[in-house]
Write a protein of this length. Structure first.
Length: 235
C-alpha cells in the first residue's frame, strides 16, 4: 500500500511541476505539443503491453472486452460532463474545469500503476514514464491559461496540488481493488483502464498535440511509443 502511494505520488508530481513551469515562463506551443505527442505514444504502448496484453493473459478476451466497453463509455460520459462546464476549452470558474479535465485523464492512468503493484509485478517503468511525461504539458498549459486570466500563483498551485493528490489516491484505489479481485475482475479492470485511456487519447490528447506541434506530432508519437515499448520489454 505504501509503495502504491509512493509511486502514485511520483507520477502525479509532474502535474505540480508542470503548473510551476507554466507560471514561471511562457512555453512555445510546438514544444508543449511535442511533449504531449511523446506522452501519447508512450500511453498507447502502455495500453497495448501493460493492459490489454496482461488482461488477455490472465482471463481471456471476454472480461477485457467488457472492461474496454465500460471504460470507454464511462470516460466518454465523464468527459462530456466536464466539457459542459468548459473543462477542455479553458472556460469555467477560475480554472476549476481545466483541473477537472486533467483529473479525469489522470485517474485511469494512475489506477493502472496500483493494479500492477497489487499483482506483484512491481511498478511499470514504461507506464510511470508515460504518465509523468503526459502530465507535464497539461500542467504547463492549464497553469499558463489560469495565470493569464489573473489567478494568483498560490491559488493556481493549490488547485494543482489537489488534483495531484486525487490522482495519487487513484493509484491506491487501483491497488486496493486489484488486491481483492479474482482474475476475471482484474482483467476487466485492465480493460476498463485501457478503454478510458484510448478514448482520452483520441478525444483530447492527440488532437491537442497535433494542433500545437503540427505534422511533427505523428513522428514524435511513434518515438514515444517505441521508447515505452522498449522499456516494457527490457525493464
Amino acid at each position: 500500500m505504501l509503495a502504491a502511494l509512493g509511486w502514485g505520488a511520483v507520477a502525479a508530481s509532474s502535474l505540480v511541476i508542470g503548473a510551476v513551469l507554466g507560471m514561471i515562463r511562457k512555453w512555445r506551443a510546438g514544444l508543449v505539443g511535442g511533449v504531449l505527442a511523446f506522452g501519447a505514444g508512450a500511453l498507447i504502448s502502455s495500453v497495448a503491453f501493460e493492459l490489454a496484453q496482461e488482461g488477455l493473459a490472465i482471463a481471456g478476451p471476454i472480461p477485457v472486452a467488457i472492461g474496454l466497453a465500460a471504460g470507454a463509455l464511462a470516460f466518454f460520459a465523464a468527459n462530456a460532463a466536464v466539457d459542459r462546464i468548459g473543462g477542455r476549452s479553458g472556460g469555467g470558474a477560475g480554472g476549476l474545469p481545466l483541473a477537472l479535465g486533467s483529473l479525469l485523464d489522470g485517474i485511469p492512468e494512475q489506477a493502472v500503476l496500483g493494479i500492477g503493484l497489487a499483482a506483484g509485478e512491481g511498478v511499470s517503468v514504461a507506464l510511470l514514464v508515460a504518465i509523468f511525461i503526459s502530465n507535464l504539458p497539461e500542467g504547463i498549459g492549464s497553469a499558463s491559461d489560469m495565470r493569464s486570466a489573473g489567478k494568483a500563483p498560490r491559488a493556481v498551485l493549490g488547485l494543482w496540488c489537489v488534483v495531484a493528490v486525487a490522482c495519487m489516491l487513484a493509484t491506491l484505489g487501483g491497488y486496493g481493488l486489484a488486491s481483492v479481485a479474482g482474475p476475471e475482475i482484474k482483467a476487466g479492470i485492465d480493460g476498463f483502464a485501457a478503454g478510458a485511456l484510448l478514448v482520452m487519447l483520441v478525444d483530447s490528447m492527440i488532437p491537442e498535440a497535433t494542433e500545437k506541434a503540427g505534422n511533427r506530432a505523428g513522428l514524435v508519437t511513434v518515438i514515444g511509443f517505441a521508447v515505452a515499448a522498449a522499456l516494457s520489454n527490457l525493464v
